[in-house]
Design a protein around this ligand. Structure first.
Ligand code: ADP
Ligand code: MG
Length: 159
């Protein structure tokens, strides 16, 4: 299990993940409100070399940040109609030289490909502590499982 004790640490986890992320990867973030989905995304952006500040896309739904491997950052919390999901143009986003990160992506899981990194962030009793569950699925992640475990090792403990 992955655990962090500050927002700085959660950003570091996101940054570390970019050692295994490649263009066309999909990262699905879920879990408690305020647990750190946007914070983790800021770390991924840092790792991709994006200098621009990443903000919560709650009211913009989707933003693209340019880099050698760009970042699509989506928040689908407020999407309730299937048509809205179609409007996001997910197939086009996924076909881009970019990593796609979707906050609340679990809400549209059926619209997403099988190959994905699911990350669930949960609040803990301590205000600044977070539990982070990482589940990689699909063939491309199968090949990277050991490397993924390796980059998460600094924050991983038993149980
Ligand atoms: P979400 O996008 O999941 O709603 P945010 O990343 O916007 O969450 O907010 C997380 C909030 O929790 C921030 O204010 C951040 O500073 C705070 N925080 C405290 N401890 C942590 C931690 N260990 N990991 C991530 N965020 C933390
Ligand atoms: Mg958020």
């Amino acid at each position: 299990m992955v655990r962090t004790r500050s927002d700085v640490e959660t950003r570091a986890v996101g940054q570390a993940l970019t050692q295994v992320l490649v263009a066309r990867d999909l990262v699905v973030l879920s879990g408690d409100l305020g647990a750190g989905k946007t914070t983790l995304t800021k770390g991924i952006a840092m790792g991709l070399g994006i200098a621009e500040e990443v903000t919560s896309p709650t009211f913009t739904l989707a933003r693209r940040y340019e880099a050698a491997v760009a970042l699509h950052h989506l928040d689908v919390y407020r999407l309730d109609e299937h048509a809205d999901v179609v409007d996001l143009g997910l197939p086009e986003l996924m076909d881009d030289d970019a990593v796609t990160v979707i906050e609340w992506g679990d809400l549209i899981a059926s619209e997403l490909g099988a190959d994905r990194l699911e990350i669930r962030l949960l609040l803990c009793d301590d205000d600044d502590e977070r539990r982070i569950e990482v589940l990689a699925s699909g063939r491309s992640w199968h090949a990277r499982a050991a490397r993924l475990a390796g980059v998460l090792a600094p924050w991983t403990s038993e149980g």
